[in-house]
Write a protein that binds this ligand. Structure first.
Ligand code: PRP
Ligand code: URA
Length: 209
């Protein structure tokens, strides 16, 4: 089974509370999602492997550490995942960025796929799939299906708010995927929204609706 971690650093919790408040406007919402994503990327990258390299300082030759593992690709699930990309890039600026587009049909709550564009070497990369909300898990599961069909195997999923239902569904469908969230909330309501949650992340990020 992959990892499941709630990243409850005080700064992450504080900023998450700000965006949960319904009075929080688009500008601050975007800024906070960006900052939380940077803090989360720092935590999520803790297990990146290192190797020794020999370098020359102005004083001497020395053996020091450098990143060794697979190169990273960030894959936002459109639309709301876009809000997390720059924050992760702040920590891993050389990452490539792929996109998977899907929306949740409001009646069936089932995800509908509409776009995929990925780096050609996706199978060689460590993927950070980002989406602020893990609700029923349908969108994340479909995104993982799409990525694996194209050769991806090394996947970390980052979200801001998860429902227990979504975590269970994603773990059952993709037990190899590591899941990181800033909060594990209580439950889903009858409309498929996370409670207490933060509402519709895409609408709040982009000022739609
Ligand atoms: C939201 C969210 C996730 C999905 C989560 O996207 O960003 O992708 O819902 O729900 P699930 O776990 O039940 O699938 P939405 O469908 O609202 O699309 P948007 O990002 O374009 O607003
Ligand atoms: N998608 C959202 O944006 N918010 C939720 O609470 C559930 C799904």
């Amino acid at each position: 089974m992959g990892k499941f971690e709630v990243l409850n650093h005080p700064l992450i919790q504080h900023k998450l509370t700000i965006i949960r408040e319904k009075q929080c406007g688009t500008k601050v919402f975007r800024e906070m999602v960006n900052e939380i994503s940077t803090l989360m990327a720092y935590e999520v990258s803790r297990d990146m492997p290192l190797k020794d390299i020999e370098i020359e300082t102005p004083i001497t030759t020395t053996t020091q550490k450098t990143l060794a593992g697979k190169k990273v690709a960030i894959v936002p699930i459109l639309r709301a995942g876009l809000g997390m990309v720059d924050g992760v890039l702040n920590m891993i600026p050389a990452a490539k960025v792929g996109h998977v587009g899907m929306y949740r049909d409001e009646k069936t709550l089932k995800p509908v796929e509409y776009f995929v564009k990925l780096p050609s070497d996706i199978s060689q990369r460590q993927l950070f799939v980002v989406d602020p909300m893990l609700a029923t898990g349908g969108s994340a599961i479909m995104a993982m299906d799409m990525l694996k069909k194209r050769g991806a195997s090394n996947i970390k999923f980052m979200c801001l708010v998860a429902a227990p239902e979504g975590v269970k569904a994603l773990q059952e469908a993709h037990p190899d995927v590591d899941i990181y969230t800033a909060a594990l909330d209580d439950h889903l309501n009858e409309d498929g929204y996370i409670v207490p949650g933060l509402g519709d992340a895409g609408d709040r990020l982009f000022g739609t609706k």
